[in-house]
Design a protein around this ligand. Structure first.
Ligand code: NAP
Ligand code: G4F
Length: 325
């Protein structure tokens, strides 16, 4: 019999990459989607998998819908990727961010505990939980957490409630502490995609400039396609655990701009980039740089796509998309 996986956040960035991976492993894939007047399947379309997914309607903030879905499917594995995932917005919409990112996880865990207790559970935890905390410039599984946004605080609740259900009820629950990961289907508001879309527009004469916030922030940017493999591996281990998933390299927003403009063949990028205080955060994370030794050793996982290749992949996709319009 085929294994059944439920993916929440199926229409976001990671959901489609994970669904594609699981379909390739012959899973039956269920995807939870919210009710929309006009749902947007562009990301699953991009990966050519829309008609292979069993979409099921529900909402992370509606406990009864979550219970009904778990009861109906009895999935072997649940990957909880749904979130209000944009850090910047979490200060303005802190309640809904908390409801989705923290309470939604509790609803899922309770539904599994009562109605499908052998289901394995993956939680999309985040390097944002570290804030500016580090050990000699790096974040490891042992680095103390110090969240700096309503988003990160809600995610920290989720991280601990996952551990608590594992320890209290013997459930199979794993946290992937993922550092930033990107792709051609990254949401447009995140800095990488904003840059590749913006540079492609400038290159094609569709726009004159890009408005950005803090260019000195540093992130450990990897490729989403590599990171979903780590999610799956975490649920194939004998015992559940928590793992950092990162590239082990850190780069600034400026570095990203350098490579993107270079790829487009545009010199002196500074004249196209305008600083706009609207895109600065009330509290910033200055540098994320993850040590991924545990994932390499235990999961035999390693990132494949390098930083330069990632920027080029995203630039190429945005140039292609905008050229055919
Ligand atoms: P994303 O593109 O923003 O996708 C999030 C998905 O969650 C969207 O499909 C969204 O649905 C869904 N969602 C939001 N609220 C919901 C609700 N109330 N009920 C049901 N679904 C809801 O995020 P991503 O980049 O794929 O990230 C996946 C997960 O990993 C998120 O939990 C994120 O916080 C976490 N994470 C991401 C990164 C990263 O760098 N990408 C790093 C660490 C952790 P709609 O399409 O309907 O809006
Ligand atoms: O692309 P970002 O918005 O990603 P951020 O805040 O690091 O969060 C992402 O990664 C987290 C993992 O560490 C996830 F948990 C989270 O869900 C999300 O996927 O911003 C990256 C950096 C920040 O320092 C920001 O201040 O870029 C800086 N930045 C500078 N100008 C900008 C802009 N960010 C955005 N979004 N827009 C700008 O104009």
């Amino acid at each position: 019999m085929k294994k059944k996986a439920l993916i929440t956040g199926i229409l976001g960035q990671d959901g489609p990459y994970l669904a594609k991976l699981l379909l390739g492993k012959d899973y039956e894939v269920y995807g939870l989607i919210r009710r929309y007047a006009n749902p947007n399947f562009s990301n699953t379309d991009y990966l050519g998998i829309t008609d292979k997914i069993n979409f099921i309607s529900g909402d992370m903030t509606d406990e009864a819908s979550i219970i009904n879905i778990i009861k109906a499917i009895h999935p072997d594995e649940v990957y909880n990727l749904a979130a209000q995932s944009f850090v910047g917005v979490s200060w303005d919409q802190s309640k809904v961010t908390t409801e989705i990112n923290a309470l939604g996880v509790l609803y899922l865990l309770n539904a599994i505990k009562y109605f499908s207790p052998t289901t394995k559970f993956y939680q999309a935890s985040t390097s944002e939980m570290f804030g500016n905390s580090h050990i000699e410039g790096l974040q490891t599984e042992e680095t103390p957490f110090y969240p700096r946004s309503p988003y990160a605080i809600a995610k920290l609740y989720a991280y601990w409630i996952v551990i608590n259900f594992k320890e209290s009820y013997g459930m199979y629950c794993a946290n992937g502490i993922l550092f930033n990961h990107e792709s051609p289907i990254r949401g447009m508001e995140f800095v990488t995609r904003k840059i590749t879309d913006g540079v492609a527009r400038i290159k094609l004469g569709l726009s004159k400039e890009i408005y950005l916030g803090n260019l000195d922030s540093k992130r450990d940017w990897g490729f989403a396609g590599d990171y979903v493999e780590a999610m799956w591996l975490m649920l194939q281990q004998e015992k559940p655990d928590n793992y950092i998933i990162s590239t082990g390299e850190t780069h600034s927003v400026r570095d990203f701009l350098d490579i993107a403009f270079k790829y487009a063949g545009i010199d002196n990028w500074e004249k196209y980039v305008k600083l706009d205080p609207r895109f600065r955060r009330p509290a910033e994370l200055f540098s994320l740089h993850g040590k991924n030794d545990k994932a390499r050793e235990v999961l035999a996982w390693e990132p494949k796509v390098k930083f330069n290749e990632l920027v080029k992949m995203m630039m190429e996709a945005d140039l292609k998309r905008l050229s055919v319009k």
